[in-house]
Design a protein around this ligand. Structure first.
Ligand code: ATP
Length: 580
């Protein structure tokens, strides 16, 4: 469906609005209107069902303003830059890679500024607004900076991703998970990027919502306990090699993708599949979903493998809506170095390792009388020394000088070198991190775009029943007091039973059906004169427009089956007569 048509409905019916319209608006900010906010919450709660309930991860919530240290360690202060260029005439700014892509169709993401400047000049790219010449390309940091505290001495940033809020309390999280890998922590919340001239609606916002999972694993165990259950599931992949050779995407099974080394691990593959399952479940058709691997030029230097989940759109082509990466130990290692905190995890070997180790021991009968009260200190210090170095010094100089608070001179007779066996139970390592990073706003855009249907003179959002913002509409057939009263009672009763129910009595019944279809309400309950006598109502299904007559007292139970348990409307035919 066309972008313009869907966005028009979304605006008109209260899904998405440009923010601050009365002050002429600011690019890159949107309001979720009443229906948009309901839809967004339902999608985020469905996400929680997948990642918290089914995968067993835990959610946490961290501040959105963070001190500079966090982003120095994460690399955002130095590297979170986009290439920028400006029109020398009208001063309009552009993201250099995007303007090249728009005009030439070339994918230049990740190229150096110098190279982008050359392409702008070679391709004679000019300002799309006024035709003026563009400047050389320079790096522009995307983070919003702020000052923390009344005197404003401490630099802070609005977080550009939720992930860092999970890495910084890693030590506490590790203790919460009883020091055992693997474990996963998720965060849903706002992220901020001061995007250069965002012109793509909800796709490129300056304030947006992410749902991210950080899965901490032993680097040697990138598996998933349920991988065998998805081995034969198909994935549409666009590997880096195919992109470089201008080949088409391929469709292969999850098992094959791992066996052929196209995706780097079972765990990453599982998370690609899970992301697709989630998207299909919330109503995005499988045909418009594909996975594109990052090219070596665009992948972060520390990542082993990275895939974008992309959705096909008629206006913007394929757009990234989720990034899924193996970030290795980069984040924890870097936070450990910057904070001087030990963020390693002890990994126990399956079988303890026995190793032989040379040790230095002091001969008590020599050291005792020689150094008296300092002897204990010297014995302890010797334990930590490398026997090789001590031996070498003894050989070369005939003595070894031990530097403590003062210098103690030791000779060969004072020491004994012995080989001892040591049992090593495990080692301390930095875990690796697998990160699925969902952009909720882009997901909502994709859903609106691909669920909007136009058929036989009517339009509707084909939202899955448990995602639809309004779940049921109660409509009196005509605007007569007795019917209105019964309809209002039914609506109240449904609300008390936890349904998002709406009442509408204005206009013809046909117009009202059209109105509720337009916002994707899956079911309508119509109250007519007969209802007053036989206490039955008509239940109408949005997608088929079929109707069934059911007793009012059964309504809650039937709607629970349909909306919460996703029972098929068609299945009501076992107990009731369905009419066209
Ligand atoms: N400016 C934005 N507006 C809306 N969503 C965004 C924005 N930037 C990122 N996201 C969402 O967050 C997800 C994860 O962020 P990530 O850092 O991987 O994006 P990205 O690769 O920087 O995106 P892009 O290349 O489009 O700028 C993206 O897949 C996207 O859905």
């Amino acid at each position: 469906m066309s972008h313009e048509e869907v966005m028009k409905i979304a605006r008109k019916r209260g899904f998405l609005w440009s923010s601050f319209e009365i002050y002429s608006g600011v690019a890159g900010f949107v309001d979720y209107g009443p229906l948009g906010a309901l839809l967004k919450n339902k999608i985020m709660n469905k996400w929680r069902e997948y990642y918290i309930i089914k995968e067993g991860f835990y959610e946490m919530e961290s501040p959105t303003v963070m001190p500079e240290e966090v982003f120095k360690a994460s690399g955002h202060v130095d590297h979170f830059n986009d290439p920028m260029t400006q029109c020398k005439e009208c001063k309009e700014v552009y993201r250099a890679d995007h303007i090249i892509e728009e005009i030439t169709g070339r994918d230049v993401e990740g190229l150096e500024n110098q190279k982008l400047t050359e392409i702008i000049s070679e391709e004679k790219i000019r300002c799309p607004r006024c035709g003026g010449h563009l400047t050389h390309v320079w790096s522009y940091n995307l983070m919003f900076q702020t000052l923390i505290g009344a005197k404003g001495k401490k630099i802070g940033y609005l977080r550009p991703e939720t992930a860092q809020g999970i890495f910084t309390p890693f030590k506490r999280l590790l203790r919460f998970f009883r020091n055992k890998l693997p474990f996963g922590v998720v965060q849903l919340g706002k992220a901020y990027r001061n995007e250069i001239s965002p012109r793509q609606g909800v796709i490129r916002l300056r304030e947006f919502t992410q749902a991210e999972a950080e899965i901490f694993v032993n680097p040697k165990e990138k598996t998933h306990p349920r991988f065998h259950t998805i081995k034969t599931e198909k994935l549409r992949l666009h590997p880096a090699e195919n992109q470089e050779k201008n080949k088409k995407p391929i469709t292969i099974t999850a098992g094959e993708a791992v066996e052929k080394g196209i995706i780097s691990s079972e765990l990453l593959t599982y998370h690609l599949w899970l992301a697709k399952k989630f998207l299909v479940d919330i109503g995005i058709p499988e045909e418009v979903i594909r996975f594109r691997q990052h090219l070596p030029t665009e992948m972060a230097h520390y990542a082993i493998d990275c895939w974008d989940v992309e959705i096909k759109t008629n206006r913007y082509g394929w757009i990234e809506i989720i990034g899924i990466a193996d970030r290795t130990d980069y984040d924890l290692k870097s936070h450990s170095e910057h904070s001087k905190e030990d963020l390693k995890v002890f990994i126990e070997y399956e079988k303890p390792k026995i190793i032989k180790k040379e040790t230095i021991q002091a001969k008590m009968d020599k050291i005792g009388p020689k150094f008296k009260k300092d002897a204990a200190k010297i014995i302890k210090a010797l334990e930590g020394l490398d026997p090789k170095i001590v031996k070498k010094e003894l050989k070369e100089n005939g003595q070894f000088k031990l530097e403590l608070d003062k210098t103690y001179t030791l000779i060969e007779e004072d020491l004994e070198f012995k080989e001892v066996e040591k049992t090593i139970k495990g080692e301390r390592i930095f875990p690796h991190v697998i990160e699925p990073s969902f952009g909720i706003d882009r997901i909502i855009y994709s859903l609106l775009l691909h669920s909007y249907k136009k058929e036989e003179g009517r339009t509707y959002f084909n939202f899955p029943v448990d995602i639809a913002p309004v779940e049921v509409a109660v409509l009196p057939l005509i605007n007569k007091e007795k019917l209105v009263q019964l309809a209002l009672n039914i609506k109240e009763d449904l609300r008390n039973n936890g349904f998002i129910a709406e009442f509408d009595a204005s206009g013809t019944i046909g117009r009202r059906y059209a109105r509720i279809d337009e916002i994707g309400v899956p079911f309508a309950v119509t109250v007519d004169h007969q209802s007053l006598k036989d206490h039955n109502v008509t239940l109408r299904d949005r997608n088929t427009t079929k109707q069934v007559r059911i007793p009012i007292k059964e309504l809650t139970k039937i709607l629970e089956d349909l909306l919460k348990r996703r029972k098929k409307f068609q299945d009501l035919s076992h107990s009731y007569k369905i009419q066209n």
